[in-house]
Design a protein around this ligand. Structure first.
Ligand code: MN
Length: 743
């Protein structure tokens, strides 16, 4: 991200700015500085300053301000110590300047050199490379298991780059923002850095969904005063009572993040105004560690004396912390004027470790959270070491694990295991031991017999039943959600297939001999083409299983004769690169609408883009270029994993062609409402409908219309008209993904 910009520069002012940043860093570090630490940090700063002295960021600022900012984030927001700060200051030197690892080793020692080396490697494979990100992510995690500080500094680096993303080009912004949402935010979450995760998600959304982001920001600002009033009203009696009972505490009213508000709007199909829990109230109690749990529950009891709790919404992460180490007591109570309010109760220590995540645990060594993180790293290691895991599979499984909530279940002897929610008895079996999983035939959950596909719930006690005759089945993949179980089952199936295939190969060899056909590659390839089977393993396997009738071979032999047949067509390994080159070659930007015939592109059915949408093209192997909306649910994954297959695209103005779009609405089921809807659509706006379906339930209806429009402008006009119809409550365009079933 560096660039040298010539020009007139106010050197004095810049020097001031740099010194200011350096002093701010020292202030933030003060509590952790030991003897000699200050000199060490000064040396690191001087070395970085000298190394980056001729470099500038895209923003035009002196480059050194970036490592200084990253170091400040490490100190202030993660709470890292002096050695990590040294590494943060030097994190870009080996990658971008004349400095070597040897320089760092001789000045700061082996540990610092290892950490900077890790950071350089990640940056090399990750930031500079554009493809195969999943594989790189895997490497990055391998480094993680060496020293967690590498990842923490990398996260701080990414956070600062995201905070200063404005000065980058739009394409770069999209790539970096998608990657942040896809890889870094989940990672921050898993490390317990909640504040980081939230900021990364919000910043990413600012670039991938600029309009929604702005809209929600504006609405939050507009409703702020009202919210503050409500929070005050709500907390007054609680504050009084807590004070009376001798508590020392702090009350915070916190808004949900923009990203989580948007998620909720999408997930529940509601508008901003319909979200009732826009904020949570957090009560932070100053309590010695040995009584903090009791004090939190006492506060809970005081709060629920004033406000009635929703019994379904009590979460006790104090007795059982999340695997990330998160500890807190959450309840949702009925506040004044009948609004549900989420209240989070926790001690000062819990709050700090919630904000700063893993790093905060260094301060409170006794915390159980340390073990939880170790367990997590252990799990990642097991996954990484298992050879049958394909990198992309791995990242999907991994992502699933990151986002799913956990359940806690018990072994017959009372050991607790954490699993992702939706985990089954079979997942549990593999979690305990591979052998137990492979031979599982069922389970007893709370002493009741259940099938191995049975979904577990928190608190279940699980006993696995096995049989020596049992082996993993293809079906099992449908029953498991943990990455570990999946990879073990896939591995076992592949092994089994190989053994069976060996028999198949022998059968085929005999048959070939019998029919006097030479057993060579060319003839095998002919046979593969004849049966339309991708590889010989599969062919042998099907023969052994009797799926392919070996008697058919006679027909094959008769048809082809036992003579040597023509060389089968081979798939060019570079064909994809060739396609990419061909498309890129002509022009940099794909203009949609004018050269429809010249270039083979299709509008992707997963998000139904229409003119006016922000779009990009994705080069597929068999179906030409597919056009997606930038905010298509698949887009983040595509941009992040296959950046090199993405082409820029934009629309030309056109009114002649119609595009399919979906609209969803809800309303009150009054007589004639359907009539009114179709009247607006067909006669007033002259839009052609492809389908309309309306479902009514207890006086409320939900409808979906697929119709043809010219562009976003046209669609917006239609949505506005529909909203004006009496009885209609909500109208929205259907996002990608959901409309797939309408094809
Ligand atoms: Mn950097």
């Amino acid at each position: 991200m560096s660039e040298t910009v010539p020009g007139v520069i106010n050197a004095e002012a810049e020097k001031d700015q740099i010194l200011k940043a350096y002093r701010a860093l020292l202030r933030a570090l003060k509590p952790t500085l030991g003897k000699g630490d200050k000199d060490m940090i000064r040396l690191a700063f001087d070395m970085a300053l000298e190394a980056h002295k001729d470099m500038r960021r895209k923003t035009g600022e002196p480059y050194i301000l970036h490592p200084l900012a990253v170091a400040l984030i490490c100190a202030e927001e993660i709470g890292l110590g002096p050695l990590a700060i040294v590494c943060a200051l030097l994190h870009d030197t080996v990658e971008d300047t004349y400095m070597t690892l040897e320089d760092i080793r001789s000045s700061f020692g082996e540990k610092a050199a290892t950490i900077v080396d890790g950071l350089t490697k990640i940056s090399g494979v990750f930031d500079k490379g554009t493809s195969l990100q999943a594989e790189n992510f895997r490497k990055m995690l391998l480094t993680l298991s060496d020293d967690i500080r590498v990842i923490l500094i990398k996260l701080a680096d990414r956070l600062h780059n995201m905070r200063t993303l404005d000065s980058m080009q739009r394409e770069k912004q999209l790539k970096i923002a998608s990657e942040t949402a896809y890889l870094y935010a989940p990672l921050a979450h898993r490390l317990g850095l909640y504040a980081f995760k939230t900021e990364l998600e919000d910043l990413s959304m600012r670039y991938t969904e600029p309009e929604v982001y702005q809209d929600i920001t504006n609405r939050l600002t507009q409703t702020k005063r009202e919210r503050t009033r409500f929070i005050n009203e709500f907390t007054v009696p609680i504050k009084e009572e807590l004070t009376k009972q001798g508590f020392s505490f702090e009350v915070k009213g916190r808004s949900k993040s923009i990203h989580s508000i948007w998620n909720k709007m999408k997930r529940q199909g509601v508008t901003f105004d319909e979200i009732y829990d826009l904020f949570a109230i957090r009560i932070i109690i100053d309590a010695p560690e040995d009584v903090e749990k009791a004090m939190c529950w006492k506060a809970y009891s005081i709060i629920t004396d004033y406000y009635h709790p929703n019994p379904d919404r009590l979460r006790d992460w104090i007795s059982t912390p999340k695997a990330t180490g998160y500890e807190s007591l959450h309840t949702t109570v009925m506040g004044p004027s009948g609004k549900w309010v989420e209240v989070q109760i926790r001690s000062r220590r819990m709050d700090e470790s919630g904000e700063k995540g893993y790093a905060a645990h260094w301060k409170y060594k006794e915390s159980a959270a340390e073990t939880a993180l170790d367990e997590w790293i252990q799990k990642i290691r097991e996954l990484l070491e298992s050879p049958e895991t394909n990198a992309l599979d791995f990242i999907d499984d991994f992502k699933l694990n990151l986002f799913a909530d956990e359940i806690f279940v018990f072994t017959p002897t009372g050991d607790m295991k954490s699993l992702p929610s939706q985990a089954t008895a079979l997942d549990f079996a593999f979690e305990i031991h591979t052998d137990l999983g492979s031979k599982c035939i069922g389970a007893k959950v709370n002493h009741k017999l259940v099938p191995l596909s049975h979904k577990l719930r928190s608190g279940d006690q699980v006993e696995i039943l096995t049989s020596n005759k049992q082996t993993p089945k293809e079906d099992w993949l449908k029953y498991v959600v943990t990455a570990k179980a999946k990879s073990k089952i896939k591995g076992a199936l592949k092994e089994e297939k190989k053994t069976v295939a060996e028999d198949g190969k022998e059968i085929l060899e005999r048959k070939f001999k019998h029919l006097k056909i030479q057993f060579n590659n060319d003839n095998l390839n002919e046979l593969l083409a004849y049966y339309k089977i991708p590889n010989t393993l599969e062919l042998y396997y099907r023969i052994a299983k009797g799926v392919i009738d070996i008697q058919d071979l006679r027909d094959f032999a008769n048809e082809k004769g036992s003579i040597k047949m023509k060389t089968p067509q081979r798939i060019e390994p570079h064909s994809l690169e060739q396609i990419v080159k061909n498309v890129r070659g002509s022009s940099d930007m794909l203009v949609l609408g004018e050269n429809m015939e010249k270039i083979d592109y299709k509008l992707s059915p997963c998000c139904n883009p229409i003119p006016g949408d922000d779009v990009f093209g994705f080069i597929t192997i068999n179906e030409g270029i597919k056009i997606h909306r930038v905010n298509c649910p698949n887009a983040i994954q595509l941009m992040s994993n296959y950046a090199y297959r993405i082409v820029k695209a934009k629309w030309t103005n056109q009114q002649q062609i119609a595009f399919l779009a979906g609209v969803r609405m809800t309303g009150i089921d009054e007589v004639g409402v359907v009539n009114k809807i179709s009247k607006v659509i067909s006669s007033e706006l002259k839009v052609n409908m492809r389908s309309i379906s309306i479902e009514s339930n207890d006086g409320i209806f939900e409808g979906t219309i697929m119709l043809f429009v010219h562009d976003t402008h046209h669609l917006d006009k239609l949505l506005k008209k529909l909203k004006e119809i009496h009885g209609i409550l909500t109208v929205s365009r259907i996002d990608g993904g959901r409309s797939a079933d309408l094809n």
